[in-house]
Design a protein around this ligand. Structure first.
Ligand code: ZN
Length: 183
């Protein structure tokens, strides 16, 4: 695999605060290429041989706005088995429903735009159902749970200019811990 040349914006960049816009179809060739590049990048970042060689931080999700493009598109590459991956290309997503139950990632969430250690609780729905468009513009529905649900909510926040660090209570980073389940 060849590492795609992509530049991920750092949290200090105000572009990350932009609200991304609805995407129209068909996708441009440029957007198709960026989607493929993101899939390759995220996949390589989770394979030891590559993340060691290229000094990559492992990541499972990336939104277009993190490359400076304010479009409602994000990609998630989930490792489902040892170096076996499932890709999600999500365009114009909408949350249809979510669980009452809240969860948080015990070791803390990570983001390829946040290049520092951040501890604290980011409350997320344990399960949710979304509607989105695929690369062909077809409306699809999807149910996600647990860590995949966290990843989807994290990326959907990016489309609204929100970073996970915004959701941590600065004065009390572990506030309401007992009201949520740690994953
Ligand atoms: Zn992120």
């Amino acid at each position: 695999m060849i590492l795609p040349k992509i530049k991920i914006l750092d949290e200090k960049d105000k572009t990350l605060r932009k609200i991304s816009k609805e995407v129209t179809f068909p996708l441009t060739e440029e957007d198709q290429k960026i989607i493929d590049d993101i899939i390759t990048y995220l996949t390589m970042s989770q394979i030891e041989k590559y993340y060691t060689k290229y000094n990559l931080r492992p990541g499972m999700g990336l939104a277009f706005i993190q490359l400076g493009i304010p479009k409602n598109i994000f990609v998630i590459v989930e490792e489902v088995d040892d170096e076996k991956f499932e890709n999600y290309v999500i365009i114009n997503p909408k949350m249809l429903s979510h669980s009452e139950e809240l969860i948080y990632v015990g070791e803390g969430e990570g983001c390829l735009s946040v290049n520092r250690e951040v501890t604290g609780i980011v409350p997320r729905y344990a399960r949710m159902r979304i509607s989105y468009q695929d690369r062909d513009g077809q409306r699809q529905e999807l149910r996600v749970r647990e860590d995949l649900s966290v990843a989807f909510q994290h990326e959907m926040d990016h489309l609204n200019g929100i970073l996970f660090v915004d959701k941590i209570d600065a004065k009390n980073p572990f506030k309401d811990k007992e009201k949520m389940r740690e994953i």
